[in-house]
Design a binder for this molecule. Sequence first.
Ligand SMILES: Nc1ncnc2c1ncn2[C@@H]1O[C@H](COP(=O)(O)OP(=O)(O)O)[C@@H](O)[C@H]1O
Ligand SMILES: [Mg+2]
Length: 632
Amino acid sequence: MGVMPTTPPSPASAASADPRNESIAALSTFGSIRRLYPFVRPAMPRLIGGLLSALGASLAALAIPQALKWVVNGPLAAGAQERDWRGLAVAVAIVLVLGLAEAGLILLRRTLVMFPGTQVEADMRMALFRHLQNLPIAFHDRWPGGQLLSRIMGDLGLLRRWLIFGVLQLVVSATTIVVGIAILVATAGWLGLVYLAGAIPVVVIVFRFSRKYRLISRQSQDQSGDLATTVEESVHGIRVLKAFGRGRDALASFTDQADELRRTEMKKASVDAGLMTSLTLIPELTIAACVVLGTILAADGQIDLGDLVMFFATTAVINGPVVDLGMTLSMTLNARTAVDRYFEVIDTPNTVADPAEPVRVPIPAGEVSLRDVTFRYEDAERPVLEHVDLDLPAGTTTALVGLTGSGKSTLAMLVPRLFDVTGGQVLLDGADVRDLTRDQVRTTVAVAFEDPTLFSASVRDNVLLGVSDDLPAAEREARLHEAIDVAQAQFVADLPLGVETRIGEEGLSLSGGQRQRLALARAVAARPPVLVLDDPLSALDVTTEEAVTARLRDVLRTTTSLIIAHRPSTVALADRVAVLRDGRITAVGTHSELLARDPHYRHIISSLEEDYASHVHAAALDTETEPEEQSL
Ligand SMILES: Nc1ncnc2c1ncn2[C@@H]1O[C@H](COP(=O)(O)OP(=O)(O)O)[C@@H](O)[C@H]1O
Ligand SMILES: [Mg+2]
């Protein structure tokens, strides 16, 4: 995450920088939208039903002018001579029935498509979320949260509205126009052809509009994603912003982005307005021309009055759909953008996937080995880890020590396969982690990260996150309390509802040390064969830390653990210490051995807080003389 207030988050979103988008953009709107089919298929019967009702409604509307023609040429023409009351009654009845049918069919259409629209939206939303959960950390490092948020909320909402309203309206408008013009050409000869000629500029304008509108629509939807990212980051970092008095800058940068989006929306509206004007004006001008021609033709007796009335009544029926076409066209183009943006995420392959034929490890012993491991972050120039060999024998505790940026956290993330190595292997009980299912790996390895993440859920749910729901309630309860005890998180008892207290988003209602203890409790509660702790005690005070350390010894006795330590007192927990320097393991040994022979280790230890260094040094010297302490 960049420093939000001074540098606005990458304005060109990850998505628009992706070269793959070029090929997506090259797809036609139809080609894009066709990709919806798998999601829409279950809703097809209802959608088709809705479409048929809509078509029926517009055919009923188109038939009304025919009845009018019949009235004009029949009962009306008969006029004064003989009043054809019966004919008139029949005509009125027909118009009435057609009108009722139109209204009924419109209602039917609404009811039919409401369900599929919302269903498709929900299905697509779930599929996207599932995919997001599945995608590796590397993907989430690259994609700003707001872009995903805007896709999962905004774009899918657009799609639903289009499915419920736009797509049917588009088909119905197009059909009404085509059938209407066909009727005009067939029954009104020249007059119909003049009207048809009006369609030529409309087609040209629609085509030019589509090209322009598509780009603006993409821009606007990307910009709302960037805006969402800004909101997300500033809410996330609200404490920092407030503490550094950067609220004003955050507001300024937000205002700029919001204004940019507003300008894009204005541009979009003005392009849209241009289309609407043309679509209103051109038919009106055509009709004006038809009025002139129609009057001449009628005066010459080349067209009878009934046909003339029918002609103009029909053009009135077509006019509505022509204007609607403009509206539904922009909706369709927005929907297309939404589909493109949606599939950009869905199409991203999962690089950390389960193997086709996973290896089975019946009872994990928890032995971990890194063999000649090299790791480079995507887009990074240099590897973070190079030729790392490290064995964590089952049941032992290894401390990983190194200066900031030496690659400790990175190494820790390779064990639960949050990233895949770029060279070498990470072995879990002799099996490459890539040959195991991710479920297997992650039930074997539990992690407490440096930066503890909590969810807005109860303390209980946060701590039991890694504990199977299938476990008996009593067992879960026991795990909960044991973990809280080990992590010295007894403070939860003082929360208003104890372990049932819902902690705020990201656990922000707790102190850093409290959050860290809950994250540690979570890792401990999972009772994993392998425990990876990324500096789990850094935010604790000395007394609490000592208490946690004492209790952790018990837990670590049965577990293979890798503890990243920034404090000598944490190092004291370990059987062995591995020193990581510039991405390589340079020394492995006990704390005292390394102190004696490794200058870099001495440098690291002395660069840690002075009082801690002396504290642990003394502790380490103690352990040397006390054999039972040696076997931690
Ligand atoms: N997601 C990432 N993408 C690219 N580089 C990263 C990423 N995370 C860490 N790095 C880089 O990798 C190096 C090692 O980082 P890290 O493993 O966090 O070190 P440590 O935990 O030892 O302080 C650093 O130079 C850091 O900038
Ligand atoms: Mg780190």
